[in-house]
Design a protein around this ligand. Structure first.
Ligand SMILES: [Zn+2]
Length: 420
């Protein structure tokens, strides 16, 4: 059996696993094209209410749920004198990418390192194609039953914060700053930070528990924009179309074919950005290409956008009667520029991770988190690992030992902030 990273992690594990299994069963899948309300789905409020009750039961008396589905609560400082106020944040929702209702978690005790066949849907977890899984022999793993997400993204983070906070509340002898707890809805549809009341939260910085591999500490995300390319053609009955019809769908197809294949998500990695076409709609009158464009560097991001624009312009220019429009929407910014001025935020997190016996892994996030927007909104918020893997798929899994390490890291983080 795999050892825990510390006796503390081992002590926290049973409560953590119990909470995790309870939270993943609540359907909190967010919806992109729902009504305009927040949260986008009512199931998220079921989890919010459960968490408020549990926080109050743990002694966080001010735990509250606001009209938009955000949970906030305070664990007062356990030190004399002035204590810093530090935030801990996780998101309540799960991705709309796969089925999220009816999650029935399975605990695989003492994983033997082989292929895991889940009972439903023929879903298989194969260590040959999942390098992170290959290293988890002896761990206790949690998966779904094969036909839903597990929801470790981000119920692992929620359970870790809840477990650590309950532990700290029950052990007033442990040194801690004032901790502000925040649970956000609709992160997966990019709205998690929009209605987050940074002033009311009142923390000088925060940490999201929304990473993956053990040891991860991330203070850098992509900068993201969305580009919507609209091509208008000329609609004519095909029987009378000779020399008149301009088909925007065919033009859109040529734009797609002309985009550089080396600038796709599947052809890039590490610090390289990309253009990712994720939706194409077309009718005889007009066609629309939706793409997200990402990079860590603003100048390179502009260059990718210019490639997309030039490609569309060149193709559409071959048909003078077609019209082209390109709309660019800003989504989120690389958080690094907002965190860098306060190096202690990352330094103390590194110290906490090391105190748990883990070597910190500083990796840039090829995506955005709630922290990308929150950092921009004035709450510097790097991201910490949760122990969950294969997010947004039916193969999602989490290690109990690694989740317990994350919960223990939060307890250490409280201590290092209390000690300054
Ligand atoms: Zn997440």
């Amino acid at each position: 059996m795999a050892p825990f990273t510390s006796p503390l992690a081992e002590e926290l594990a049973p409560d953590l696993l119990d909470r995790f299994q309870r939270y993943v069963r609540v359907d909190t899948q967010s919806r992109r094209d729902g009504n305009d309300g927040t949260p986008s789905t009512p199931g998220q409020l079921d989890l919010s209410r459960m968490l408020v009750e549990e926080l109050q039961a743990a002694g966080l008396e001010d735990a509250e749920l606001d009209d938009n589905g955000y949970v906030m609560a305070t664990l007062p400082a356990g030190i004399d004198g002035e204590a810093p106020v530090i935030g801990l944040i996780a998101h309540l929702d799960t991705t709309p990418a796969e089925r999220g209702a009816g999650v029935e978690p399975i605990v695989h005790r003492d994983y033997d390192g082989g292929v895991i066949e889940l009972p439903r849907n023929g879903t298989v977890l194969d260590p040959a194609s999942m390098p992170e899984l290959a290293g988890k022999s002896g761990h206790d793993l949690v998966t779904s039953s094969g036909d839903t997400l597990l929801g470790a993204d981000d119920k692992a983070g929620v359970a870790e914060i809840m477990t650590a906070v309950a532990h700290l509340a029950a052990h007033p002898e442990l040194r801690r700053p004032t901790l502000r707890i925040g649970f956000t809805p609709d992160e997966e549809i990019g709205e998690g930070a929009e209605l987050f009341d940074v002033r009311r939260f009142g923390a000088r910085c925060a940490y999201t528990l929304d990473g993956s591999t053990i040891g991860e500490l991330q203070d850098e995300t992509f900068t993201g924009v969305e580009a919507i390319v609209t091509i208008e053609g000329v609609e004519v009955h095909p029987g009378f179309a000779t020399g008149k019809l301009v088909n925007p769908i065919r033009l859109a197809g040529r734009v797609l074919a002309a985009l550089p294949p080396e600038l796709t998500p599947e052809a890039t990695g590490g610090r390289d950005g990309f253009i990712h076409v994720y939706e194409v709609n077309g009718r005889t009158g007009s066609a629309e290409i939706r793409a997200i464009v990402r990079d860590f560097d603003d100048e390179l991001l502009e260059r990718h956008l210019a490639v997309l624009r030039r490609t569309a312009e060149e193709v559409v220019a071959t048909e003078p009667r077609a019209r082209l429009e390109i709309e660019v929407r800003r989504q989120y910014r690389n958080m690094r520029e907002y965190i860098e001025p306060y190096p202690e935020i990352v330094e103390l997190a590194e110290r906490a991770i090391r105190a748990e016996g883990i070597e910190p892994r500083r990796t840039p996030i090829r995506g955005g988190t709630d922290g990308s927007r929150l950092s921009e909104m004035g709450l510097p918020t790097p991201n910490i690992f949760t122990g969950g893997n294969e997010y947004h798929s039916l193969r999602e899994w989490a290690s109990v030992q690694d989740m317990a390490a994350a919960a223990a890291t939060i307890v250490r983080l409280a201590e290092v902030w209390a000690d300054g």
